[in-house]
Every structure is written in structure tokens, then in C-alpha cells.
Ligand binder design. Structure first.
Ligand code: ZEM
Length: 296
């Protein structure tokens, strides 16, 4: 099947923009969960075996979509389904990744370069195994183990983690609860600033899950409900502070929003391209088994 034209892709971008505003969902935007969908679609990549990655859109199958690590991402896929139906020329794998870069930009973030041409698996025979995505209950060693496997370095791990400016944790999805920043639908470097600024206290949820919490006591004294002003960090977020090499980058990104935006755009683009080899002249993907086998 031929690639969508630039004009067709602009129509898809416009449709994604329109869909972001969701007054009845979470904090009023589909943006954060769309970003997480793209991240989890790509973050299964393994440099050694060259398996996983955003190509194929494997989360449509139970083996990948039903991975507990992907709980909640059916909401993101459902948001995009009408767009897929309206614009059948775009593959799911392209749509999921394109939607994330549109969302990031619309939420005030950087322009992330995006390239298309991904195909969709026609069955579930090529899905990556479960267990390749990070576990938030772990520390710095685990982060390195997971992200080095994708081909990222320490600086890139910290830059990517800045996506936790967006969205929230849902008790019924990951077991963790709450948001990292006060305005979770606005992309910024606030996550790094707050990570450094506050005295984060360990908090054990009723489920027994441990996370970190900060409550703005002045706001509570001024009458704000605690649920509104409580912010959270995952154990893996705290690991960025505790590990001296990660901390260097937390400091830089907290101080310099432009640097963070520049690095985030580069590393998020790299994430979305994991596993794709392109012809440098045409940009066409040249290592896609789906294409070899005559799939679209
Ligand atoms: Zn997240 N992430 N993530 N992340 N993430 C959650 C939510 C979001 C980790 C993690 O366990 C969790 C990256 C890296 C890592 C987003 C983007 C990116 C949640 C809450 C958890 C538990 C899920 C829920 O309950 O709904 C861990 C351990 C990471 C290792 C560093 C990277 C990289 C991301 C993109 C570049 C986003 C946008 C959300 C918010 C989703 C939403 O629905 O609001």
C-alpha cells in the first residue's frame, strides 16, 4: 500500500488536535495517555535481537495489549479508533506514534520530528515478550537495565523521564495514584523542578504500594482539598535524584527548559524510530518483514 501524502497526514494531525480536548476524561485531555501509548508501543525494543518497537502496533493483540504494564492504554487506542476509521490510509503503528507528537506539541511541548511508513502486524506471531517495560517500584539499576536494552544512555533516560510532566497514575491501572505536577496537561520542565525542590516522603497506599508524596501545607491551610494539592513521585522518579549520574541531568533540565525541550524532542524521536532502518535517500523503511511478506 502506498504511503499517505503530506496533505493526508495533515488531515490526521488536525483530527488528533481536535480530539485532545476531552472534558470528561482525567484532567481534560487525551494527550497524556496518547503519549504513554506511543511510549509503550516503542519501549519494547531490544537492540540485541532487534525485536519490539513501534512497528506493527502489536498492542492490538492480547499478548501485548493485555500485559498488565499496558493497563489503561485501551483508552488511548479507543480515542484514536474513529480517526483510524476516518483515515484508513494510515496504519495503527503510524497513527499511535503521530498522535503522540501532535499531543506533545499541542500541550506546549517541543516539535518532535516524526517519520511515517510503519506497518501493522496481521497476526500476533511477532509480538515482543512481556516484561520489557520498566517497573516503577525499582531503582536506578533497573532503569539502566531496561533503557540500555533499548539503546539509550543516562542522559536520554533522564530526558525521557521528563514525560512525567504529563498525566497521572491511576490506582486501577498501575496501582500508583496521583499526578506529578499541578498542571498535568501542560508540557514543561516542572517535573524536574519539583523533584528537586520538595522533601518527598514515602507513602504506603492502602494496597500496600509505596510511592512518594508531597503535600503543599500552605494550600491546605488556605482551604484547598488535600487531594487537589498532593503530588507524587514513583520510586523510579526518586532514583533519578539518588543516582549521581542521573542527578546531573535532573539539575540541568530543572534549570534550563530549552535544553530539556531540545533533548526531549531528540530522544522521543529516537524512541519512535527504534527498530526502523530507513533508506537515507528516500526515508523508506527497508528492514520491515511485514513488507517482505506482502503485508501492507
Ligand atoms: Zn511513564 N508511567 N514510566 N513514562 N508515563 C506512568 C504514566 C505515564 C514509568 C511508569 O511505571 C509509569 C516513561 C517512563 C516511565 C508517561 C510517559 C512516559 C504510570 C502511571 C506509571 C506507573 C500509569 C497509570 O496508572 O495510568 C516508569 C517506571 C518509567 C521509567 C522511567 C517514559 C519514557 C514516557 C514517555 C516518554 C505518561 C505520559 C504517563 C501518564 C499517562 C496518563 O494516562 O496520564
Amino acid at each position: 500500500m502506498s504511503q499517505p501524502t503530506a496533505a493526508q497526514l495533515d488531515e490526521v494531525r488536525a483530527a488528533v488536535k481536535k480530539l485532545l480536548h476531552q472534558p470528561d476524561y482525567d484532567d481534560g485531555s487525551a494527550g497524556p495517555v496518547l503519549v504513554r501509548l506511543a511510549w509503550h508501543s516503542a519501549g519494547t525494543y531490544d537492540v540485541e535481537t532487534k525485536t519490539g518497537g513501534s512497528n506493527g502496533a502489536g498492542m492490538r493483540w492480547e499478548a501485548e495489549g493485555g500485559d498488565p504494564a499496558n493497563a489503561g492504554l485501551q483508552h488511548a487506542r479507543a480515542f484514536l479508533e474513529p480517526i483510524k476509521r476516518q483515515f484508513p490510509f494510515i496504519t495503527y503503528a503510524d497513527l499511535w506514534t503521530l498522535a503522540s507528537v501532535v499531543a506533545i506539541q499541542e500541550m506546549g511541548g517541543p516539535v518532535v520530528p516524526w517519520k511515517g511508513g510503519r506497518t501493522d502486524f496481521v497476526d500476533d506471531s511477532k509480538l515482543p515478550p512481556r516484561g520489557r517495560l520498566p517497573d516503577a517500584a525499582q531503582g536506578a539499576d533497573h532503569l539502566r537495565w531496561i533503557f540500555y536494552r533499548m539503546g539509550f544512555n543516562d542522559q536520554e533516560i533522564v530526558a525521557l523521564s521528563g514525560a512525567h510532566n504529563l498525566g497521572r497514575c491511576h490506582g486501577d491501572r498501575s496501582g500508583f495514584e496521583g499526578k506529578w505536577v499541578n498542571n498535568p496537561t501542560r508540557f514543561s520542565n516542572q517535573y524536574f523542578k519539583l523533584l528537586k525542590a520538595h522533601d518527598w516522603k514515602k507513602k504506603t497506599l492502602a494496597s500496600g504500594i509505596e510511592q512518594f508524596s508531597y503535600i503543599d501545607k500552605e494550600a491546605v491551610a488556605a482551604g484547598e482539598p488535600v487531594e487537589e494539592v498532593e503530588l507524587m513521585m514513583l520510586p523510579t522518579d526518586m532514583a533519578l535524584l539518588a543516582d549521581p549520574k542521573f542527578k546531573t541531568w535532573v539539575d540541568k533540565y530543572a534549570d534550563d527548559k530549552d535544553l530539556f525541550f531540545e533533548h526531549f524532542a531528540a530522544v522521543f524521536a529516537k524512541l519512535l524510530e527504534l527498530g526502523l532502518e530507513r533508506d537515507p535517500a528516500t526515508g523508506k523503511i527497508i528492514n520491515d518483514d511485514n513488507l517482505k511478506e506482502g503485508y501492507r
